[in-house]
Ligand binder design. Structure first.
Ligand SMILES: [Zn+2]
Ligand SMILES: [Zn+2]
Length: 99
C-alpha cells in the first residue's frame, strides 16, 4: 500500500503505518506517533496510567484535528483529560439500608 497523503502530493511512497483514526495508510514522513497510556483501576476505583505507554499513530490530518479539539476544549473551560478525582456534586449519596 502507498501513503495516502503522498499520493495527494503527487508521488507514490510506500506506507509503513496506518492512521489510528481514519485508517489511511501513511509513510514515515506523514506518520505522527504519540505515546498512549493505558490505565488500570487502582485503589478507590482510580484510573492509574500503566508504564510503558502504548502508542497511537496518526496521519497529519487527524492529528491537527485532534489538536484543534483539545484547543477548543481548553478555550471553553472543558476538561480534555478525564480527572478521576473529580466527582459530580449532584451524585446521589449511597443510601444505607436500614438495619
Ligand atoms: Zn507520505
Ligand atoms: Zn487519519
Amino acid at each position: 500500500m502507498n501513503c495516502f497523503d503522498c499520493a495527494n502530493e503527487g508521488g507514490p511512497v510506500a506506507a509503513i503505518a496506518v492512521c489510528h483514526r481514519c485508517g489511511a495508510a501513511i509513510c514515515g514522513n506523514h506518520a505522527i506517533v504519540e505515546p498512549h497510556h493505558l490505565t488500570r483501576t487502582g485503589t478507590m476505583g482510580v484510573q492509574v496510567p500503566v508504564d510503558p505507554p502504548a502508542r497511537l499513530i496518526w496521519c497529519g490530518v487527524c492529528h491537527s484535528a485532534l489538536e484543534a479539539k483539545v484547543r477548543e476544549q481548553h478555550s471553553h473551560g472543558g476538561h480534555p483529560i478525564h480527572n478521576p478525582f473529580h466527582r459530580h456534586h449532584d451524585e446521589p449519596a449511597v443510601s444505607q439500608p436500614d438495619a
